[in-house]
Design a protein around this ligand. Structure first.
Ligand code: KG4
Ligand code: ZN
Length: 381
Protein backbone atom coordinates (compact mmCIF):
# COMPACT_ATOMS: atom_id res chain seq x y z
CA UNK A 1 0.00 0.00 0.00
CA UNK A 2 2.94 2.36 0.67
CA UNK A 3 3.07 4.13 -2.69
CA UNK A 4 -0.43 3.30 -3.99
CA UNK A 5 -2.65 4.01 -0.99
CA UNK A 6 -6.39 3.45 -1.29
CA UNK A 7 -8.01 6.61 0.03
CA UNK A 8 -11.56 7.96 0.19
CA UNK A 9 -11.93 11.74 0.06
CA UNK A 10 -14.86 13.87 1.19
CA UNK A 11 -15.42 17.43 -0.05
CA UNK A 12 -18.16 19.68 1.34
CA UNK A 13 -16.63 23.17 1.33
CA UNK A 14 -19.35 24.73 -0.80
CA UNK A 15 -22.42 23.33 -2.57
CA UNK A 16 -21.12 20.01 -3.92
CA UNK A 17 -21.09 16.89 -1.78
CA UNK A 18 -18.13 15.12 -3.36
CA UNK A 19 -16.86 11.66 -2.50
CA UNK A 20 -13.91 10.29 -4.44
CA UNK A 21 -11.83 7.16 -4.15
CA UNK A 22 -8.31 6.84 -5.52
CA UNK A 23 -5.54 4.26 -5.47
CA UNK A 24 -2.36 6.34 -5.61
CA UNK A 25 -2.70 8.36 -8.82
CA UNK A 26 -5.56 6.25 -10.16
CA UNK A 27 -9.12 7.50 -9.95
CA UNK A 28 -11.55 4.73 -8.97
CA UNK A 29 -14.70 6.73 -8.19
CA UNK A 30 -15.88 10.33 -8.28
CA UNK A 31 -19.40 10.69 -6.91
CA UNK A 32 -20.89 14.17 -6.66
CA UNK A 33 -24.28 15.32 -5.39
CA UNK A 34 -24.83 19.01 -6.06
CA UNK A 35 -27.30 21.37 -4.43
CA UNK A 36 -26.60 24.02 -7.09
CA UNK A 37 -30.16 23.85 -8.46
CA UNK A 38 -31.56 24.67 -5.03
CA UNK A 39 -29.31 27.75 -4.83
CA UNK A 40 -29.97 28.90 -8.39
CA UNK A 41 -33.22 30.65 -7.51
CA UNK A 42 -31.37 32.71 -4.87
CA UNK A 43 -28.62 33.70 -7.33
CA UNK A 44 -25.84 32.35 -5.12
CA UNK A 45 -24.99 29.65 -2.61
CA UNK A 46 -27.04 29.83 0.60
CA UNK A 47 -24.82 28.38 3.35
CA UNK A 48 -27.56 26.87 5.50
CA UNK A 49 -29.19 25.18 2.53
CA UNK A 50 -25.79 23.82 1.46
CA UNK A 51 -25.13 22.34 4.92
CA UNK A 52 -28.53 20.63 5.03
CA UNK A 53 -28.05 19.26 1.52
CA UNK A 54 -24.60 17.85 2.46
CA UNK A 55 -26.13 16.12 5.46
CA UNK A 56 -28.81 14.48 3.33
CA UNK A 57 -26.43 13.50 0.51
CA UNK A 58 -23.46 12.32 2.57
CA UNK A 59 -24.16 8.65 3.30
CA UNK A 60 -25.74 7.82 -0.10
CA UNK A 61 -22.83 9.55 -1.90
CA UNK A 62 -20.23 7.61 0.11
CA UNK A 63 -22.07 4.35 -0.63
CA UNK A 64 -22.29 5.23 -4.31
CA UNK A 65 -18.54 5.96 -4.47
CA UNK A 66 -17.62 2.67 -2.75
CA UNK A 67 -19.86 0.77 -5.15
CA UNK A 68 -18.48 2.59 -8.18
CA UNK A 69 -14.89 1.87 -7.08
CA UNK A 70 -15.71 -1.75 -6.30
CA UNK A 71 -13.88 -1.62 -2.99
CA UNK A 72 -14.90 -2.35 0.58
CA UNK A 73 -14.63 0.41 3.17
CA UNK A 74 -12.50 -1.95 5.25
CA UNK A 75 -9.84 -1.98 2.50
CA UNK A 76 -9.23 1.77 2.69
CA UNK A 77 -5.84 3.04 3.90
CA UNK A 78 -7.26 6.35 5.04
CA UNK A 79 -10.11 8.85 4.93
CA UNK A 80 -9.34 12.38 3.74
CA UNK A 81 -11.61 15.39 4.10
CA UNK A 82 -11.56 19.07 3.24
CA UNK A 83 -10.82 20.81 6.56
CA UNK A 84 -10.98 24.27 4.92
CA UNK A 85 -11.16 26.85 3.56
CA UNK A 86 -14.88 27.00 2.78
CA UNK A 87 -18.28 27.59 4.34
CA UNK A 88 -18.01 26.75 8.05
CA UNK A 89 -21.29 24.85 8.35
CA UNK A 90 -20.76 22.98 5.10
CA UNK A 91 -17.21 21.95 6.04
CA UNK A 92 -18.43 20.76 9.42
CA UNK A 93 -20.73 18.18 7.82
CA UNK A 94 -17.86 16.69 5.81
CA UNK A 95 -15.40 16.74 8.70
CA UNK A 96 -17.92 15.09 11.04
CA UNK A 97 -18.72 12.39 8.48
CA UNK A 98 -15.03 11.72 7.83
CA UNK A 99 -14.36 11.39 11.56
CA UNK A 100 -17.30 9.02 12.00
CA UNK A 101 -16.22 6.74 9.14
CA UNK A 102 -12.51 6.86 10.06
CA UNK A 103 -13.24 6.14 13.71
CA UNK A 104 -15.74 3.36 13.03
CA UNK A 105 -13.44 1.71 10.48
CA UNK A 106 -10.26 2.25 12.50
CA UNK A 107 -8.58 4.20 9.67
CA UNK A 108 -6.38 7.30 9.85
CA UNK A 109 -8.06 10.65 9.20
CA UNK A 110 -6.45 13.34 7.01
CA UNK A 111 -7.86 16.85 7.13
CA UNK A 112 -6.59 18.53 3.96
CA UNK A 113 -6.64 21.95 2.33
CA UNK A 114 -9.23 22.60 -0.38
CA UNK A 115 -6.84 24.67 -2.51
CA UNK A 116 -3.96 22.19 -2.33
CA UNK A 117 -6.50 19.51 -3.33
CA UNK A 118 -7.44 21.50 -6.45
CA UNK A 119 -3.74 21.32 -7.43
CA UNK A 120 -3.13 17.70 -6.44
CA UNK A 121 -6.09 16.39 -8.46
CA UNK A 122 -3.99 16.75 -11.59
CA UNK A 123 -2.03 13.68 -10.51
CA UNK A 124 -5.12 11.66 -11.42
CA UNK A 125 -4.98 13.06 -14.94
CA UNK A 126 -1.31 13.60 -15.77
CA UNK A 127 0.63 11.59 -13.17
CA UNK A 128 3.02 12.80 -10.47
CA UNK A 129 3.19 16.59 -10.08
CA UNK A 130 6.54 18.08 -11.00
CA UNK A 131 8.25 19.79 -8.07
CA UNK A 132 7.98 22.70 -7.99
CA UNK A 133 4.69 23.28 -9.83
CA UNK A 134 3.21 26.72 -10.43
CA UNK A 135 -0.55 26.68 -9.93
CA UNK A 136 -3.18 29.14 -11.03
CA UNK A 137 -6.31 28.42 -9.00
CA UNK A 138 -9.41 30.15 -10.21
CA UNK A 139 -12.81 29.41 -8.74
CA UNK A 140 -15.92 31.06 -7.34
CA UNK A 141 -14.11 31.74 -4.09
CA UNK A 142 -10.47 32.13 -5.08
CA UNK A 143 -8.04 33.43 -7.64
CA UNK A 144 -4.50 32.63 -6.56
CA UNK A 145 -1.08 32.05 -7.95
CA UNK A 146 0.64 29.43 -5.86
CA UNK A 147 4.12 27.99 -5.98
CA UNK A 148 4.08 24.39 -4.79
CA UNK A 149 7.52 22.88 -4.15
CA UNK A 150 5.81 20.02 -2.24
CA UNK A 151 2.04 19.70 -2.40
CA UNK A 152 1.90 17.85 0.94
CA UNK A 153 4.01 20.28 2.94
CA UNK A 154 5.09 23.44 1.13
CA UNK A 155 2.66 25.64 -0.79
CA UNK A 156 3.53 29.35 -1.13
CA UNK A 157 1.08 32.08 -2.12
CA UNK A 158 2.56 34.50 -4.67
CA UNK A 159 -0.55 36.53 -5.30
CA UNK A 160 -4.33 36.50 -5.12
CA UNK A 161 -7.36 38.61 -5.88
CA UNK A 162 -7.70 41.84 -3.96
CA UNK A 163 -11.47 41.94 -4.52
CA UNK A 164 -13.66 39.51 -6.50
CA UNK A 165 -12.59 35.99 -7.41
CA UNK A 166 -12.48 35.19 -11.13
CA UNK A 167 -15.51 32.88 -10.91
CA UNK A 168 -17.38 35.48 -8.88
CA UNK A 169 -16.83 37.97 -11.72
CA UNK A 170 -18.30 35.43 -14.17
CA UNK A 171 -21.27 34.91 -11.84
CA UNK A 172 -21.88 38.64 -11.37
CA UNK A 173 -21.61 39.51 -15.06
CA UNK A 174 -23.98 36.63 -15.86
CA UNK A 175 -26.43 38.06 -13.37
CA UNK A 176 -26.30 41.50 -15.03
CA UNK A 177 -26.94 39.77 -18.36
CA UNK A 178 -29.83 37.78 -16.80
CA UNK A 179 -28.15 34.49 -17.68
CA UNK A 180 -28.68 32.72 -14.36
CA UNK A 181 -26.33 31.04 -11.86
CA UNK A 182 -23.61 29.79 -11.99
CA UNK A 183 -22.46 32.23 -14.62
CA UNK A 184 -19.21 30.66 -15.84
CA UNK A 185 -20.53 27.86 -18.04
CA UNK A 186 -23.25 29.99 -19.66
CA UNK A 187 -20.88 32.90 -20.41
CA UNK A 188 -18.43 30.37 -21.86
CA UNK A 189 -21.22 29.12 -24.16
CA UNK A 190 -22.41 32.58 -25.28
CA UNK A 191 -18.83 33.77 -25.82
CA UNK A 192 -18.35 31.13 -28.52
CA UNK A 193 -20.70 33.15 -30.77
CA UNK A 194 -19.22 36.54 -29.86
CA UNK A 195 -16.22 38.63 -30.85
CA UNK A 196 -13.61 38.85 -28.05
CA UNK A 197 -12.37 42.16 -29.45
CA UNK A 198 -15.82 43.74 -29.79
CA UNK A 199 -15.49 45.76 -26.57
CA UNK A 200 -12.20 46.83 -24.93
CA UNK A 201 -12.84 46.02 -21.26
CA UNK A 202 -10.14 46.94 -18.70
CA UNK A 203 -7.35 44.57 -17.61
CA UNK A 204 -7.08 45.09 -13.84
CA UNK A 205 -3.71 45.44 -12.08
CA UNK A 206 -1.61 45.15 -15.23
CA UNK A 207 0.18 48.50 -14.98
CA UNK A 208 3.97 48.61 -14.47
CA UNK A 209 3.59 49.63 -10.82
CA UNK A 210 0.86 47.12 -9.97
CA UNK A 211 1.48 44.01 -7.88
CA UNK A 212 2.62 41.55 -10.57
CA UNK A 213 0.80 38.49 -9.23
CA UNK A 214 -2.31 39.98 -7.65
CA UNK A 215 -5.65 40.12 -9.44
CA UNK A 216 -8.57 42.53 -9.41
CA UNK A 217 -11.84 41.82 -11.19
CA UNK A 218 -14.16 44.23 -9.47
CA UNK A 219 -13.33 47.13 -11.83
CA UNK A 220 -13.91 44.89 -14.83
CA UNK A 221 -17.27 43.75 -13.47
CA UNK A 222 -18.31 47.38 -12.94
CA UNK A 223 -17.12 48.37 -16.42
CA UNK A 224 -19.21 45.57 -17.94
CA UNK A 225 -22.27 46.55 -15.88
CA UNK A 226 -21.92 50.22 -16.91
CA UNK A 227 -21.50 49.31 -20.56
CA UNK A 228 -24.66 47.19 -20.47
CA UNK A 229 -26.58 49.89 -18.61
CA UNK A 230 -25.60 52.51 -21.19
CA UNK A 231 -26.89 50.26 -23.98
CA UNK A 232 -30.16 49.64 -22.17
CA UNK A 233 -30.60 53.33 -21.37
CA UNK A 234 -30.10 54.14 -25.04
CA UNK A 235 -32.87 51.66 -25.85
CA UNK A 236 -30.46 49.45 -27.75
CA UNK A 237 -30.32 45.69 -27.61
CA UNK A 238 -27.43 44.27 -25.55
CA UNK A 239 -25.20 42.10 -27.75
CA UNK A 240 -24.93 39.32 -25.15
CA UNK A 241 -22.46 37.17 -27.09
CA UNK A 242 -20.08 40.07 -27.72
CA UNK A 243 -20.23 41.20 -24.08
CA UNK A 244 -19.63 37.62 -22.89
CA UNK A 245 -16.70 37.11 -25.28
CA UNK A 246 -15.06 40.48 -24.53
CA UNK A 247 -15.47 40.06 -20.76
CA UNK A 248 -14.11 36.52 -20.89
CA UNK A 249 -11.17 37.70 -22.99
CA UNK A 250 -10.28 40.36 -20.40
CA UNK A 251 -10.34 37.81 -17.55
CA UNK A 252 -8.39 35.09 -19.33
CA UNK A 253 -5.84 37.57 -20.73
CA UNK A 254 -4.92 38.79 -17.24
CA UNK A 255 -4.94 35.31 -15.68
CA UNK A 256 -2.64 33.75 -18.26
CA UNK A 257 -0.33 36.77 -18.51
CA UNK A 258 0.30 36.81 -14.76
CA UNK A 259 0.65 33.05 -14.46
CA UNK A 260 3.26 32.91 -17.19
CA UNK A 261 5.13 35.84 -15.71
CA UNK A 262 5.23 34.03 -12.35
CA UNK A 263 6.61 30.90 -14.03
CA UNK A 264 9.32 32.94 -15.76
CA UNK A 265 10.26 34.91 -12.64
CA UNK A 266 10.45 31.79 -10.49
CA UNK A 267 12.12 29.64 -13.13
CA UNK A 268 9.29 27.08 -13.10
CA UNK A 269 8.55 25.27 -16.35
CA UNK A 270 5.21 23.67 -15.37
CA UNK A 271 1.93 25.49 -14.97
CA UNK A 272 -1.13 23.80 -13.51
CA UNK A 273 -4.55 25.47 -13.76
CA UNK A 274 -7.33 24.32 -11.45
CA UNK A 275 -10.60 25.40 -9.86
CA UNK A 276 -14.01 25.82 -11.46
CA UNK A 277 -12.93 28.55 -13.88
CA UNK A 278 -10.27 26.22 -15.31
CA UNK A 279 -13.22 24.56 -17.04
CA UNK A 280 -13.42 27.70 -19.21
CA UNK A 281 -12.71 26.83 -22.84
CA UNK A 282 -11.10 30.18 -23.72
CA UNK A 283 -8.83 30.06 -20.66
CA UNK A 284 -7.67 26.60 -21.69
CA UNK A 285 -7.02 27.60 -25.30
CA UNK A 286 -5.24 30.83 -24.42
CA UNK A 287 -3.10 29.17 -21.74
CA UNK A 288 -2.19 26.42 -24.20
CA UNK A 289 -1.07 28.96 -26.79
CA UNK A 290 0.85 31.23 -24.43
CA UNK A 291 2.52 28.40 -22.50
CA UNK A 292 3.69 26.80 -25.74
CA UNK A 293 5.19 30.13 -26.82
CA UNK A 294 6.95 30.49 -23.45
CA UNK A 295 8.25 26.91 -23.34
CA UNK A 296 6.08 26.04 -20.33
CA UNK A 297 4.32 22.69 -19.98
CA UNK A 298 0.64 23.24 -19.20
CA UNK A 299 -1.36 20.81 -17.07
CA UNK A 300 -5.11 21.28 -16.80
CA UNK A 301 -7.28 18.46 -15.48
CA UNK A 302 -10.51 17.64 -17.32
CA UNK A 303 -13.40 19.98 -16.37
CA UNK A 304 -15.10 17.53 -13.99
CA UNK A 305 -11.90 17.36 -11.90
CA UNK A 306 -11.52 21.17 -11.96
CA UNK A 307 -14.80 21.96 -10.23
CA UNK A 308 -15.19 20.91 -6.59
CA UNK A 309 -15.12 17.14 -6.20
CA UNK A 310 -14.15 14.43 -3.73
CA UNK A 311 -11.51 12.86 -5.97
CA UNK A 312 -9.20 15.85 -5.47
CA UNK A 313 -9.40 15.42 -1.70
CA UNK A 314 -8.72 11.70 -2.04
CA UNK A 315 -5.77 12.49 -4.35
CA UNK A 316 -4.14 14.76 -1.76
CA UNK A 317 -4.98 12.31 1.04
CA UNK A 318 -3.28 9.51 -0.91
CA UNK A 319 -0.21 11.69 -1.33
CA UNK A 320 -0.19 12.32 2.43
CA UNK A 321 -0.29 8.58 3.08
CA UNK A 322 2.34 7.83 0.41
CA UNK A 323 4.68 10.44 1.92
CA UNK A 324 4.06 9.24 5.42
CA UNK A 325 2.64 12.54 6.65
CA UNK A 326 1.10 12.57 10.12
CA UNK A 327 -2.65 11.93 10.28
CA UNK A 328 -5.05 14.44 11.84
CA UNK A 329 -6.33 14.33 15.39
CA UNK A 330 -9.88 13.25 16.21
CA UNK A 331 -10.67 16.80 17.26
CA UNK A 332 -9.71 18.11 13.79
CA UNK A 333 -11.60 21.39 13.39
CA UNK A 334 -13.41 22.62 10.28
CA UNK A 335 -11.47 25.82 9.58
CA UNK A 336 -13.31 28.17 7.22
CA UNK A 337 -10.15 30.22 6.68
CA UNK A 338 -7.49 27.51 6.69
CA UNK A 339 -4.42 29.19 5.11
CA UNK A 340 -3.14 27.79 1.83
CA UNK A 341 0.29 27.42 3.47
CA UNK A 342 -1.16 24.47 5.40
CA UNK A 343 -1.78 21.67 2.86
CA UNK A 344 -2.98 19.45 5.68
CA UNK A 345 -3.78 19.62 9.36
CA UNK A 346 -1.60 17.10 11.18
CA UNK A 347 -2.24 15.97 14.72
CA UNK A 348 -0.43 18.67 16.73
CA UNK A 349 0.87 16.02 19.11
CA UNK A 350 2.59 14.14 16.25
CA UNK A 351 6.03 15.20 14.97
CA UNK A 352 5.74 17.90 12.30
CA UNK A 353 6.35 15.91 9.13
CA UNK A 354 7.39 12.43 10.19
CA UNK A 355 4.63 9.91 10.12
CA UNK A 356 6.70 7.54 12.26
CA UNK A 357 4.22 4.87 13.03
CA UNK A 358 5.08 4.44 16.69
CA UNK A 359 4.32 7.98 17.84
CA UNK A 360 1.49 7.93 15.42
CA UNK A 361 -0.27 4.88 16.78
CA UNK A 362 0.19 6.22 20.24
CA UNK A 363 -1.43 9.51 19.44
CA UNK A 364 -4.32 7.68 17.90
CA UNK A 365 -4.92 5.25 20.72
CA UNK A 366 -4.96 8.19 23.04
CA UNK A 367 -7.39 10.10 20.86
CA UNK A 368 -9.64 7.08 20.42
CA UNK A 369 -10.05 6.93 24.18
CA UNK A 370 -10.75 10.60 24.27
CA UNK A 371 -13.47 10.40 21.64
CA UNK A 372 -14.92 7.37 23.36
CA UNK A 373 -15.14 9.23 26.61
CA UNK A 374 -16.76 12.19 24.93
CA UNK A 375 -19.38 10.11 23.19
CA UNK A 376 -20.21 8.24 26.39
CA UNK A 377 -20.65 11.52 28.15
CA UNK A 378 -23.02 12.68 25.43
CA UNK A 379 -24.98 9.47 25.57
CA UNK A 380 -25.50 9.40 29.31
CA UNK A 381 -25.72 13.04 30.28
O1 KG4 B 1 -14.14 25.33 -7.97
P1 KG4 B 1 -15.61 25.60 -8.02
O2 KG4 B 1 -16.50 24.49 -8.47
O3 KG4 B 1 -16.15 26.05 -6.63
C1 KG4 B 1 -15.47 26.94 -5.81
O4 KG4 B 1 -14.62 26.46 -5.01
O5 KG4 B 1 -15.74 28.15 -5.97
O6 KG4 B 1 -15.83 26.88 -8.93
C2 KG4 B 1 -17.10 27.40 -9.23
C3 KG4 B 1 -16.92 28.64 -10.07
C4 KG4 B 1 -18.22 29.41 -10.34
O7 KG4 B 1 -17.99 30.79 -10.08
C5 KG4 B 1 -18.50 29.16 -11.81
O8 KG4 B 1 -19.16 30.23 -12.44
C6 KG4 B 1 -17.09 28.99 -12.35
O9 KG4 B 1 -16.39 28.29 -11.37
N1 KG4 B 1 -17.09 28.23 -13.61
C7 KG4 B 1 -16.66 28.74 -14.78
C8 KG4 B 1 -16.89 27.75 -15.78
N2 KG4 B 1 -17.41 26.64 -15.15
C9 KG4 B 1 -17.52 26.96 -13.83
N3 KG4 B 1 -16.17 29.95 -15.09
C10 KG4 B 1 -15.85 30.18 -16.36
N4 KG4 B 1 -16.04 29.29 -17.36
C11 KG4 B 1 -16.55 28.06 -17.12
N5 KG4 B 1 -16.73 27.19 -18.11
ZN1 ZN C 1 -13.02 24.85 -5.19
Amino acid sequence: MADEPLVLGIETSCDETGVGIVRGHTLLADAVASSVDTHARFGGVVPEIASRAHLEAMVPTIERALKEAGVAASDLDGIAVTAGPGLAGALLVGVSAAKAYAYALGKPLYGVNHLASHICVDQLEHGALPEPTMALLVSGGHSSLLLAPDITADVRPLGSTIDDAAGEAFDKVARVLNLGFPGGPVIDRYAKQGDPDAIAFPRGLTGPRDAPYDFSFSGLKTAVARWIEAKRNAGEEVPVAHVAASFQEAVTDVLTRKAIRACRDEGVDHLMIGGGVAANSRLRAMAEERCAAAGITLRVPRPKLCTDNGAMVAALGAEMVARNRAASAWDLPADSSLPVTEPHVPDPSAAATSGHSHTHDHAHTHDHDHVHELSRKNLYS
